[in-house]
Design a protein around this ligand. Structure first.
Ligand code: COA
Ligand code: AMP
Length: 634
């Protein structure tokens, strides 16, 4: 690997064939590619066309075949169940091969979809890798989503089989998953042939004869299945993420480009080598979990830690330091919100002193902008570099980072540093003109995107083009706004759409508005993300009631909150709404969301010249004050 960022960056953009072609030599291929970058069907660029490989082989078998089967592949640490378990590469390979055999015996074949709705247990990773082993396409759904969201994904992906567990555990609370799954299957038009349920001892789910199968029983007489060669361009997974409507976007990831980019990123971005211990404290339901709990560390032959717990409360704010010291974690990756939670409980970081963190080298943060307070608190108390890096579900890996395995740059608070090799990042105005240094605009990436990024949306090329490629021709629209400074540092300031980021979880306010609009007393509504000390942002609802509604307002708000919880899930963290007489609008009828957000966040704002009725802002301040927001909050 080049030890100059400039060399690597320029080569990756000027000669992507040679750059990624040589990176790909580090992976196992049954058949080498015909083309590294295939641009024969623009704007649908493909990587490694003609190549054949298997993702699971590259994650597990390759290490066993190289004689490293006894190295630790996965450490499961679950303070919520008081369990610790390790798997060597050979043990994990054998379990995955058996589970692939189970899937195969249930008729799952290459290209079939399998939905995985599971908590943070090793079986979730085994299920994902089992799918990859036989070329099936997995779609993991985060456990905090409600049955309705799961049903939407079932309808879109049309899985042959759904894999789940009897329950998840949220700190001390047991969440039975099976009733949620049953409800989702009832709600969906597309029905799976079967479900496989991993029974956890704290909750035994009832199984429906002929449809639901017990994981352990199936595994006890499963025949191991080998790795099935797939095309590099075949889909490995679909991961649904929030779009601007209630219909989530099915981000597709292919096999070959994903393998090449992720394996490379482990060293280039994270400075992780074979045999190192790495920990991504996220959830397999998110892209971070896919890329950096499961696939990338295993491709690299590193040990991955899978943690079923929270940064606080399981049992205390020292749990991260306990895991780092117990497993000699070299580097970890989490969201800033996790560190804010720890900082809130243990502001002076007293608990750090109880643990030996001498092996810990780097803390990586992503999912939302790292605020300077959290950055400096973490640097001061951990005494390691704290690296903010920026990426999205769509991109699958970092667009901008301080590449710790290539060349290290000084950290500038508020910036995820520079574009990673492979990413031609620009800032443009509404007419797609590249803006000068320091000017805020839309952050876009010149096509082609590097390998490992989304080639399209699941069975929806049109939406892919409309959502990402249409507004700025020949660029990928990140839907983030920001600027690039004179040293090439990127600053990501805000989204340009109605996506909000709640505790590192990506949510659509549009989807919440769709739910609220169904309340029988609600005539109009708006949801926006307002600042929150812990979660970064939380959603806040404004409800305008139908004329003549005389019911108790508190009751209506309670029902509205419950509706979002029931339809989207607890993860939405929609807990506050306020009833207003009208929403402030421009004369052309556009809701003044920015102004309302500024009021809620106690920021200065100018009364927009286009407002239809300026007096209404006074009323909004009053209503916000009653729910604890804005200048009139008590
Ligand atoms: N299954 C079921 N329910 C879940 C769930 C899951 N997998 N994950 C979260 N939930 C529920 C929680 O129980 C909570 O429900 P509640 O309203 O009944 O309390 C709700 O969804 C919100 O959960 P969460 O966002 O985790 O908030 P929290 O207040 O429980 O914890 C943090 C706050 C900051 C500690 C927590 O969000 C955290 O650790 N975040 C790390 C960020 C992260 O992993 N980001 C991923 C990208 S890197
Ligand atoms: P997700 O698809 O859930 O990973 O969310 C992606 C979005 O989170 C991005 O488009 C950004 O808005 C935001 N995001 C992620 N990482 C960062 C970061 N390091 N700095 C600023 N915003 C970030």
């Amino acid at each position: 690997m080049s030890n100059s960022y400039k060399d690597a960056y320029e080569k990756s953009l000027n000669d992507p064939n040679s750059f990624w072609g040589s990176v790909a030599e580090d992976c196992h291929w049954y058949k080498k590619w015909d083309k590294v970058l295939d641009d024969s069907n623009k704007p649908f660029y493909r990587w490694f066309t003609g190549g054949e490989m298997n993702t699971c082989y590259n994650a597990l078998d390759i290490h066993v075949d190289k004689g490293n089967g006894d190295r630790t592949a996965l450490i499961y640490d679950s303070p919520v169940t008081d369990t610790k378990k390790t798997y060597t590469f050979k043990e994990l390979r054998d379990e995955v091969a058996k589970f692939a055999g189970v899937l195969n015996s249930m008729g799952v074949e290459k290209g079939d979809r399998v939905i995985i709705y599971m908590p943070m247990i090793p079986e979730a990773a085994i299920a994902m890798l089992g799918c990859a082993r036989i070329g099936a396409v997995h779609s993991v759904v985060f456990g905090g989503f409600a049955p309705n969201e799961l049903a939407t994904r079932i309808n879109d992906a049309k899985p042959k089989v759904i894999i789940s567990a009897s329950c998840g555990i949220e700190v001390k609370k047991k969440i039975p998953y099976k009733p949620l799954l049953d409800k989702a299957i009832d709600l969906s038009e597309s029905k799976p042939n079967a479900t496989i349920i991993f029974q956890r001892p704290m909750e035994i789910a009832s199984l429906q004869d002929g449809r639901d199968y017990d994981w352990a029983t199936l595994m006890s007489d499963a025949k191991p299945h080998g790795c099935v060669p797939v095309k590099a361009t075949d889909p490995l997974y679909i991961l649904y993420t929030s779009g601007t409507t209630g219909q989530p976007k099915g981000v597709v990831r292919d096999n070959g480009g994903h393998l090449v980019a992720l394996k490379w990123s482990m060293k280039a971005v994270y400075n992780i080598d074979e045999g190192d211990v790495w920990w991504a404290a996220s959830d397999i339901g998110w892209v971070v979990g896919h890329s950096y709990i499961v696939y990338a560390p295993l491709f690299k032959g590193a040990t991955t830690v899978m943690f079923e717990g929270k940064p606080v409360g399981t049992p205390d704010a020292g749990t991260f330091w306990r895991v780092i010291s117990e497993y000699k974690v070299k580097s970890m990756f989490t969201a800033p919100t996790a560190f804010r939670a720890i900082k809130r409980e243990d502001p002076e970081a007293k608990l750090v002193k109880n643990y030996d963190l001498s092996k810990f080298e780097i803390l990586f943060l992503a999912g939302e902008r790292t605020d300077p307070d959290t950055l400096h608190w973490s640097e001061r108390n951990l005494n390691v570099p704290v690296i903010d890096h920026w990426w999205q579900t769509e991109t699958g890996w970092a667009i901008a980072s301080n590449c710790m395995g290539i060349e290290r740059f000084p950290v500038k608070a508020g910036s995820p540093t520079k574009a990673v090799p492979g990413w031609n990042v620009q800032v443009v105005d509404a007419d797609c003109n590249v803006l000068p240094v320091g000017q805020i605009g839309a952050i876009v990436v010149k096509l082609p995107l590097p390998p490992g990024t989304l080639p399209t949306l699941w069975q929806n090329d049109d939406r892919y083009i409309k959502a990402y490629l249409e507004e700025f021709p020949s660029y990928y629209k990140t839907a983030d706004a920001g600027f690039i400074d004179e040293d090439g540092y990127i600053y990501v300031m805000s989204r340009t759409d109605d996506i909000i980021n709640v505790a590192g979880h990506r949510l659509s306010t549009g989807a919440m508005e769709e739910v609220l609009a169904n309340h029988p007393d609600v005539a109009e509504c708006a949801v926006m993300g307002v600042e929150d000390q812990l979660k970064g942002q939380v959603p806040l609802g404004f409800l305008v009631l139908n004329a003549g509604v005389t019911r108790d307002h508190a009751e209506i708000v309670k029902e509205a909150v419950q509706m979002v919880r029931d339809m989207i899930g607890p993860v939405a963290a929609f807990k506050t709404a306020t009833i207003v007489k009208r929403l402030p609008k421009t004369r052309s009828g556009k809701i003044l969301r920015g102004t309302m957000r500024s009021i809620a966040d106690k920021k200065e704002y100018k009364v927009p010249a286009t407002i239809d009725d300026p007096l209404i802002l006074e009323e909004i301040e009053e209503s916000l004050g009653k729910v604890g927001y804005g200048p009139k909050a008590n």
